[in-house]
Design a protein around this ligand. Structure first.
Ligand code: CP
Length: 328
């Protein structure tokens, strides 16, 4: 009997609007594509560019503040040799009442290929993706999803364990990840839980009860309000920013109380294994989620996350536009 050859895999999606809908194969296609782009960014001599999106137009359309994601997408597009356009939302016709769809129809009349959108409305990227021919990338939609953050985080975790274990083919299967902080308001937490679950990692989320959404366990994670319990035995401590701007009422007694119970600092880190790494999506509220000592210390890989973000976003844009096939 003939043995079936493993099938080649082809990227088929036009858009990246959420992790929830991605298969493990799709996530792995992104993570397997990123290293070649990391190498492009790390070239010491020669040009930090490849022509894979030459002649294409990438539009950055951010309705909420951003440092890392916006600059990372812009740099990723430039390193792929795309033309880039950054929409100035405060000076655009959105201020005169133009809808998202109408604005995008006009941008598309100028032949955009990829539109990267961050918006406070959960679902903004999806409604655009369903109606428009441009490839839509969700750069954060309300408290719903931040898919490229979760992908660069998974890439950083993989990079770390492969180096630490000296196993270049190691996977995230069985990795233990503790996500600490404002889970309720965090699109980063939601995308990370979906992404890590799909890759076989085990996630525990830790927060005051008021910052843990009801039925969060149904997403596939454990919960606790005890920081030491969360981080004892973990491989990755992932601290989230306290999002004071998304809280309509005070959800914990005081910042001092939050710091006492949930801050990652030299003292609380004693409960974690000595080789556990510390991650944070940024921006950091220094001395609230992380003490300065930890934020600047040897266990954090926060700036590696930022470096990897460019490579992962280059990989995503390449996949969406060029739809390559991967040999099995
Ligand atoms: N991590 C992240 O989304 O940071 P920015 O808000 O600066 O883009």
């Amino acid at each position: 009997m003939a043995v079936a050859e493993p099938a080649a895999k082809t990227w088929t999606r036009k858009d990246l609007v959420g992790i929830e809908e991605l298969t493990r194969d799709e996530i792995e296609m992104i993570l397997d594509t990123a290293p070649q782009f990391l190498a492009v960014s790390q070239r010491e001599s020669g040009i930090k560019k490849v022509p894979l999106l030459q002649g294409r137009l990438v539009v950055n359309w951010f309705f909420e503040p951003s440092t890392r994601t916006r600059t990372s997408f812009e740099l990723a597009a430039k390193r792929l040799s795309a033309d880039t356009l950054t929409m100035n939302v405060s000076a655009s016709s959105a201020k005169k009442g133009e809808t998202l769809h109408d604005t995008l129809f006009n941008i598309e009349a100028m032949h955009s290929d990829i539109v990267v959108i961050r918006h406070s409305y959960a679902g903004a990227a999806r409604i655009l993706a369903e109606r428009h021919p441009s490839g839509i990338i969700n750069a954060g939609d309300g408290a719903h999803e931040h898919p490229t953050q979760a992908l660069l985080d998974a890439f950083t975790m993989l990079q770390h364990i492969r180096r630490a274990r000296e196993e270049p083919e190691a996977t995230l299967d069985g990795l233990r990840v503790a996500i600490i902080g404002d889970i309720s308001h965090s699109r980063v937490a939601r995308s990370n839980i979906w992404c890590l679950n799909r890759l076989g990692a085990r996630v525990v989320v830790c927060a005051p009860k008021t910052l843990l959404p009801a039925r969060i366990e149904e997403m596939g994670c454990d919960t606790t309000s005890d920081l030491r319990e969360a981080i004892s035995g973990t491989d990755v401590i992932y601290a989230l920013r306290i999002q004071l701007e998304r809280q309509s009422k005070c959800l914990f007694p005081s910042l001092r109380e939050y710091v006492r119970l949930f801050r990652i600092d030299t003292e609380s880190l004693k409960a974690a294994p000595p080789d556990a790494i510390v991650m944070h999506p940024g921006p950091i509220n220094r001395d609230i989620e992380l003490s300065t000592e930890v934020a600047d210390g040897p266990r954090n890989v926060i700036l590696n996350q930022v470096t990897n973000g460019v490579a992962v976003r280059m990989a995503i844009m390449h996949l969406l536009v060029n739809r390559p096939t991967f040999e099995a």
